[in-house]
Design a protein around this ligand. Sequence first.
Ligand code: ATP
Ligand code: MG
Length: 470
Amino acid sequence: MSTLLIVDDDVAICRTLQLHYSSQSHTVITTHSVNDGLLAAASNDIDLILLDLKMPSKSGLEGLTDFHEVVPEVPIIMITAYHDMESTIKAMKNGADDYIHKPVDINELDQAVERALIRTDEEHTNVPISTDDANQNKNKHFRMAGHSPAMREIYKTIGLVADKPINVLVTGESGTGKELVARAIHESSHISEGPYVAVNCAALIETLLESELFGHEKGAFTGAVKRHHGKFAMAENGTLFLDEVGELSPAIQAKILRVIQEKEYTPVGSSTVFKSNARIIAATNNDLQEKVKLGLFREDLYYRLQVVNIGIPPLRDRKEDLMDLMQTLLCRINREMHKSISHLSVEVISAFHSYHWPGNIRELENVLTKAVALSPAETITLDLIPEYISACPQTEFDSTMPIQTSLDEMEKCHVSRVLNSTGWHKGETCKILGISRPRLRRIIKQHKLIDPSGSDHEDIEFEEDEALVN
Ligand SMILES: Nc1ncnc2c1ncn2[C@@H]1O[C@H](COP(=O)(O)OP(=O)(O)OP(=O)(O)O)[C@@H](O)[C@H]1O
Ligand SMILES: [Mg+2]
């Protein structure tokens, strides 16, 4: 059996995990700070470290680097109450093997522990340590909202692949955030100072796309009045994002395969061979595997492009991300339009939860943009959103809640519905919910539910947290 080192300033968590893993016949050592943990790691034969991200004297994130110096071969699982994209990517880039969120789901942790121990048994390879903070501010520009389990996995994968010279294929329905993921990979990588060049493979006819990608010589074709550098040249030392890669013609597929395999290409009308070191990220909303089966997409190129595949689920399957997305998008739209919309009525939120969002986050962004533009006050009310959304029956609301919906989210939605149905009669609401008045008060405060009787609208206030969206 293995020896686990748990480093967490929360004594109760240490004790619980110690009991749990001791009962599985592991030896468990607990410490409450990074420095004590380092001493324990140096003087014991440790197989795995469970490290809390936030601790008073030295954070686990800083500690990660120290642990890697002291015991480079020991895998580290970060445990944290933070759910955001930046800390997940940073921890994974700094060499964490996995990332578990508090409150700890013991099954999830067990699986992570098992995976890490198996990997140690086989051959443990850590992600290269990078302590480069320079991109953090830039990263924030491409911050992705959403804390659903699927999004957390995506942040982990972004952190894991960012610095590796491997091609990534991002898949997902239209508007799910494929380009945003591509940008996040670029911005989190060591080549973030290099160019990020995007090309839409579906936008141009074959001959133009070829010249757009690889460039052309003067006189290569009618209208080629001067030499043109292609996107591969522009993406030198940086990232080339091939959007809608499923639309590539067979001829261009062959040329891209050559760049990936041989790292070289020839501009149209030229005999000179150029080298390319651009990192390729591709995206598609087609089923590429199906296209391969139908003979429409080269199998060899498919496997070369999708060394790692990041699949983004549609918004309707992760509605627990809606609140976070709405907040992020509202702040973004407010800034762009110089407006200060800070409220959404409960009915709007309810309708948004009921709607199935075929256009995903882009559709949500468009709906919010129109509503912000039209809103005369600080609140987005039901009349400002399209009828096909506002007319969504509220009874669908519960049934469409995905299985991953957090209790917190359920609580907020359900309590606000009951409050509205009783006209905010607290006694009646407590009776229906079967809870005490102090508890109801706590929930109202926690979720910022607002009694509409004092105003014209039933509003839920959003914090304009600039730090979250810069
Ligand atoms: N998780 C997210 N957090 C914040 N904004 C997001 C998120 N996902 C997508 N968006 C926003 O939604 C819009 C659509 O995203 P994006 O262009 O990346 O989608 P896409 O999958 O590439 O779409 P398409 O298939 O149509 O090209 C963008 O404005 C983007 O900023
Ligand atoms: Mg796109």
